[in-house]
Design a protein around this ligand. Sequence first.
Ligand SMILES: CCCCCCCCCCCCCCCC(=O)SCCNC(=O)CCNC(=O)[C@H](O)C(C)(C)COP(=O)(O)OP(=O)(O)OC[C@H]1O[C@@H](n2cnc3c(N)ncnc32)[C@H](O)[C@@H]1OP(=O)(O)O
Length: 257
Amino acid sequence: MLRRCFQAALRFIPHWPALYQDVVSQQTVGKSLEIWQTAHWNTRGLSKMSLWPFSVKSRDFSQPNASWSAEMQDVYNRYNALCEAETEESGKTGTWRKLPSYNRTLKYVRGGVCLSKIIQSKSRLFTRNIKDLGAAFEYVVFLNQQEKRCVCVFQPGHLLEGPPGHVHGGAIATMIDTVTGTLAGYLAGPVMTANLNINYRSPVPLGSVVVLHSALDRVEGKKIFVSCRVTSTDESKLHTEATALFIAFKMGYLFGS
Ligand SMILES: CCCCCCCCCCCCCCCC(=O)SCCNC(=O)CCNC(=O)[C@H](O)C(C)(C)COP(=O)(O)OP(=O)(O)OC[C@H]1O[C@@H](n2cnc3c(N)ncnc32)[C@H](O)[C@@H]1OP(=O)(O)O
């Protein structure tokens, strides 16, 4: 029953919204695109259903909130200004773009908000499942699609303690996986982490603000190689270095089809 529900859902799920076909070969994403285009029509039909019983609003967690420190807000403002300035001046999509952040990955796809209320409705994204503002993962990701890189401003809260007063290595790994995975996902569609290598160079104090700089290294077929550095906001201090391998997959892989 559950499996049939997933398979039905897949007909509504297009591909990830951003696809950069120049990065991954047609062979790897071409067939997924066909599914996406078919689903796109289905979903447009869905959005026209006035009697659809669920709200389609979704909270965007990348918006500033009261828990953000002045430093977090400053760095956010710096990158956000780049997004706005370029968009306003050129009248076209800017080089930098602030990415929305939802508490379920389903919500990134067209029609996914509705599906998220049906399919495993209690599931939540690991980094967005604590309601207490500032207690755990406060972050926002900016994408530079031309340069195939992104930055994430991250303020780790008190629930992420590892060594006394400092951030747990697993929490740092989670953020590296999230940021590199987000970049790979925007470049190549659905991806899964196959390998993550991390070198921890200096501890990150709880409540401080760090920046994750992530860049695409190369693509080989369905393999997407991404690297990441975690630094202080002025980049004078290196906290962590990592490389990650993601594998592009078709959504059916997760649901046994
Ligand atoms: C708009 C878009 C929005 C997106 C924005 C979303 C924003 C929201 C943020 C959330 C972002 C969270 C990101 C978290 C992402 C996870 O946390 S994913 C969860 C953790 N990962 C897993 O559970 C993966 C488990 N592993 C697997 O399912 C499978 O092993 C994999 C990784 C899919 C590989 O599948 P496979 O079909 O078996 O791959 P296979 O054909 O054997 O290998 C393909 C190639 O990869 C190589 N390879 C495979 N595995 C490895 C490995 N471990 N090491 C080295 N090479 C490997 C193979 O050698 C092979 O190489 P070639 O021979 O082609 O040269």
